[in-house]
Design a protein around this ligand. Structure first.
Ligand SMILES: NC(=O)c1ccc[n+]([C@@H]2O[C@H](COP(=O)([O-])OP(=O)(O)OC[C@H]3O[C@@H](n4cnc5c(N)ncnc54)[C@H](OP(=O)(O)O)[C@@H]3O)[C@@H](O)[C@H]2O)c1
Length: 283
């Protein structure tokens, strides 16, 4: 049994130390004067780390890949959307029971909602990896129709099929290859959830510039760099753009709310993120 502590401890579990989350969460605690502290833990032994979470009464832990999937069988309870996505990025210690949530999904939804009311709209979503799963489920849960395109088409088909089964209508999601990006048809939003555009993968935009038209919402979840070639081209063509810092911010705000039970001080957390990765205001 853990006795009452002067500080509530939260943190993150990853293979290598990451500090972006710590900066945002600590700025949030300071803004609200909460007696919370945040430690980014670099771990190899996930099961051991969760035993430590229970024994020490750690309130919340963020998890990154590959732990987002590996953690599922180790938890006591998994939120419905996280279970459907098949990934957890947030663990909350609820009186000794470890519950898993996915705030990547809610963060992506909040980031998109800053510029577009999603219900009834159509999105083209690029990618079929871990992040694409979270975003695709979030968009369908927000009643968008989603066309998933991926370099490996079979993975797009698997994701679209799973979305249709989950949301109970065959029209919820369709699938295709990257060639579909030449003509975005009547899409209201284009969301890049692939790694294309990341500096370390060569920065190229996955979308032909001619497919971008004024008024289209273009969201890129890549945040290294914040201004990807896709967003640069989209801006030039009169699109409304949302960069990856918005999802990063809102997924952290979602975690903060789960850990503290209080509305996140978005401005303070945004300032902390901006000082780490550059301006994060929506465009
Ligand atoms: N903003 C945020 O809060 C946030 C959160 C999570 C992730 N992310 C970012 O999201 C991106 C994807 O992460 P992930 O975890 O989903 O990675 P992942 O599971 O490895 O999936 C990568 C996806 O990108 C596709 N891809 C890779 N290189 C490509 C290229 N050159 N052209 C077209 N498609 C390509 C892959 O296609 P194949 O299936 O054909 O391999 C796959 O669909 C990363 O940049 C990550 O930093 C951002």
């Amino acid at each position: 049994m853990v006795r009452s502590a002067p500080l509530t401890l939260c943190g993150s579990l990853s293979r290598h130390p990451v500090t972006l989350g710590m900066r945002m969460h600590q700025a949030g605690y300071a803004a609200l004067g909460l007696p919370f502290a945040y430690v980014p833990f670099a771990v190899d032994d996930l099961a051991g780390a969760l035993a430590g979470m229970r024994a020490l009464g750690i309130r919340g832990l963020g998890v990154s890949m590959p732990f987002k999937r590996d953690v599922l069988p180790l938890l006591d309870r998994i939120d419905d959307l996280a279970a459907r996505i098949g990934a957890v990025n947030t663990i909350v210690n609820e009186e000794g029971l470890l519950a898993g949530y996915n705030t990547d999904a809610s963060g992506a939804r909040r980031a998109l909602e800053e510029v577009l009311e999603p219900a009834g709209r159509r999105a083209v979503l690029i990618g079929a990896g871990g992040a694409a799963h979270a975003v695709a489920y979030a968009l369908c849960a927000a009643r968008m129709r989603v066309h998933v395109v991926n370099r490996t088409r079979a993975k797009a088909e698997d994701l679209a099929g799973a979305l249709c089964r989950t949301f109970g209508a065959s029209s919820v999601a369709t699938a295709g290859g990257l060639e579909d990006l030449a003509d975005l048809g009547g899409a209201d939003a284009l969301v890049n959830c692939s790694s294309a555009g990341m500096a370390e993968y060569g920065s190229d935009s996955p979308v032909p510039e001619t497919a971008l038209r004024p008024g289209l919402v273009v969201m890129d979840i890549v945040y290294k760099p914040l201004e990807t070639r896709l967003l640069e081209a989209a801006r030039g063509r009169g699109c409304r753009v949302v960069h990856g810092g918005r999802m990063l911010l809102h997924q952290a705000c979602g975690q903060f709310e789960l850990y503290t039970g209080q509305p996140a001080p978005v401005g303070a957390m945004e300032a902390a993120l901006a000082s780490a990765i550059g301006s994060t205001s929506s465009a």
